[in-house]
Design a protein around this ligand. Structure first.
Ligand code: GDP
Length: 589
């Protein structure tokens, strides 16, 4: 535990950091310089860089990031006394193939399963269904990337998580991930045990797994987790599931204000020919109307058309309503918070302010941890994996980038997203990649012929994917290739020396008793005198009963020749430990 905790903003000048840490500024500059960065007192370094420097200096200080005012960050508003009840926002999650999409289809009375590319779509989608006259908002996170995106930007939105578990398959890794998400998002959990129409269905087994391994105890066993046995295929109990969702949500007394300017989250954004930016929003408070002026990050506009999830025009959208709007002047970022302002002037001013702040941040953070790590790599032998990511829509792009960053590398290989954007691979991307060792990943985008030619001329690798898992697997494999191989030593046996017959510069001939395991020709040997290792050697010949032997076992007396690289004294009573050593390719978690 560090003695002192110091709070720092996202970036700080070298001079300020020195003052904060009570250090001569020259010490800091010197340390940065040692790491290959020539910084001045007024140069800004980012939080991660500061952390690394503090660590390198061995200071007993823990740095904590000060909560920054971040426009795209989600902030919840405590409802006032005037707040009204709002529909619950429900995320449907679960392991692949457990029936998430089928369940949504049954609830919504649609058919989406068939349309997915390889069963995986890449966006968060939001829908609404009505049960007993009450709306329920459903968020679908069909792939891992949408899941990661929701975790990053939408956790605070989610009131209830329906965790779909197939009754014939039980709890699987993504089930566990969903449980973890629900808990970290502080959402209520309702378990849908699906596929109970199947012969192999074993709902009791699922309940037992959830209870014993994940502390989710079904109500019928005296616990407090609602579990409903359903069949998305036959529709059995799906109504009951929705009833239970409403019941669980009712206990939360979900409310939001409507007499305040509308506000919410951008959950998807893409360009459409003829319509311009088409943006999906989830309203969290207030009433959004056609003609409202909107700001989301550095984008703004006036709502031109507003539709509900099914494409029906809407005159008004209150809390928990997902809508699709047109009218933004450019593409907002997925995950941005949106707000309604009075008029165009205010909207433009707010968007400008956000843009200036973005630029300021970009311009003032002169030294990033990426730079620093890059410089340190030459000393610490770490490697960089540089990528440029292009995707079809903003939502996918954010998801791909977020998911790439989630690949754990033990710090030995560092992934840098040196560029990213929406749209096909362009000549500009090739130019950017040509500067360094950079790979271009395309997700659901094209590589035009002319650009392809340019890429091959510049020897830039462009890898295109339509399924996110494959892209992530590829990135993981590429990074694994960069890991230094691991040396694995396995113990195979031990021997106690009973006599030494001959010692030369290159070989020792001795005899002894195998005290454990099995010894074979060619094994490596650690020679130990007491606890001290005095040499390493290799078995070059093995004899039992004065006959050459392939192997000798525990309890056997044997003679052996050891190949050595320097002369040393082997004595009676010394221990020989036999082992193999191999290098294995390392894999990433
Ligand atoms: P997702 O990957 O979780 O979205 O799963 P899908 O909805 O795509 O379903 C995976 C497979 O399970 C499909 O072949 C579905 O037809 C099937 N399936 C889903 N729900 C049920 C169910 O309740 N009963 C049966 N028998 N099959 C189901």
């Amino acid at each position: 535990m560090a003695e002192k905790i110091v709070q720092l903003a996202d970036s700080i000048t070298v001079g300020e950091l020195a003052t904060t840490l009570n250090l001569p500024v020259t010490t800091l500059i010197g340390e940065l310089f040692k790491n290959g960065i020539a910084a001045t007192i007024n140069q800004r370094i980012d939080f991660e860089t500061a952390t690394i420097i503090v660590e390198e200096l061995g200071l007993d200080v823990e740095l904590e990031k000060k909560a920054a005012v971040n426009h795209s960050e989600h902030h919840l508003h405590a409802p006032s006394a005037n707040a009204v009840a709002r529909p619950p926002i429900v995320a449907v999650m679960g392991h692949v193939d457990h029936g998430k999409t089928s369940l949504l289809d049954t609830i919504l009375g649609t058919k989406t399963v068939a349309g997915e590319a390889g069963g995986i779509t890449q966006h968060i989608s939001a829908y609404q269904t009505i049960r007993n006259g009450r709306p329920i908002t459903l968020l679908d996170t069909p792939g891992h990337e949408a899941f990661a995106a929701l975790r990053q930007h939408g956790a605070a939105l989610t009131d209830v998580v329906i965790i779909v578990v197939a009754a014939d398959d039980g709890v699987k890794p993504q089930t566990v991930e969903a449980i973890r998400f629900a808990r970290s998002a502080n959402a209520k959990i309702v378990v849908a045990i699906n596929k109970i129409d199947k012969e192999a269905a074993n709902p009791q087994m699922v309940k037992a797994q959830l209870a014993s391994e994940h502390n989710l105890n079904p109500e019928e066993w005296g616990g407090d987790t609602v579990m409903v046995e359903v069949s998305a295929k036959t529709g059995q109990n799906v109504d009951k599931l929705l009833d239970m969702v409403l019941l669980v949500a009712d206990l939360e007394e979900l409310k939001a204000d409507i007499d305040v300017p509308a506000e919410g989250l951008v959950i998807e954004a893409h360009m459409e020919t003829g319509r311009g930016p088409v943006v999906s929003l989830l309203v969290e408070q207030g009433l959004l109307k056609p003609t409202s002026f909107l700001v989301a990050g550095s984008s703004y506009g006036k709502v031109r058309t507003m539709q509900d999830y099914s494409g029906k025009p809407l005159k008004e959208a209150g809390p928990s309503t997902p809508v699709t709007v047109t009218g933004f002047k450019d593409l907002p970022q997925f995950g941005d918070n949106f707000t309604v302002v009075k008029n165009e002037r205010e909207a433009r001013a707010a968007a400008n302010e956000a843009r200036l702040e973005e630029e300021r941040n970009a311009a003032t953070t002169n030294v990033t941890s990426a730079d620093l790590l890059k410089m340190m790599k030459q000393q610490h032998e770490s490697h960089d994996f540089n990528v440029i990511v292009k995707a079809d829509v903003q939502g996918s792009l954010t998801s791909v980038v977020d998911s790439l960053h989630l690949i754990e590398t033990d710090g030995e290989v560092t992934l840098h997203v040196v560029g990213s954007g929406v749209g096909n691979i362009s000549e500009n991307d090739i130019r950017l990649a040509a500067g360094g060792d950079t790979i271009i990943y395309g997700f659901n985008v094209e590589l035009p012929q002319a650009v392809k030619r340019m890429a091959s001329r510049e020897k830039i690798e462009v890898r295109l994917f339509r399924v996110i898992y494959e892209l992530l697997d590829d990135a993981r494999h590429s990074m694994e290739e960069m890991l230094a191989p691991k040396v694995v030593e396995s113990e195979v046996g031990t021997l106690t020396v009973k006599g030494v017959f001959r010692t030369t510069k290159e070989q020792i001939i001795a005899g002894g008793e195998v005290t454990s395991g099995k010894i074979t020709n060619g094994l490596l040997v650690r020679v130990k005198h007491g606890d001290e290792q005095i040499a390493e050697a290799e078995v070059s010949n093995l004899q039992r009963n004065r006959q050459e032997a392939k192997e000798v076992f525990e309890g056997d007396m044997c003679g052996l020749s050891l190949k050595i690289d320097h002369k040393f004294v082997l004595s009676e009573g010394d221990k020989l430990e036999f082992f193999t050593r191999e290098t294995v390719k390392r894999t990433l978690a």
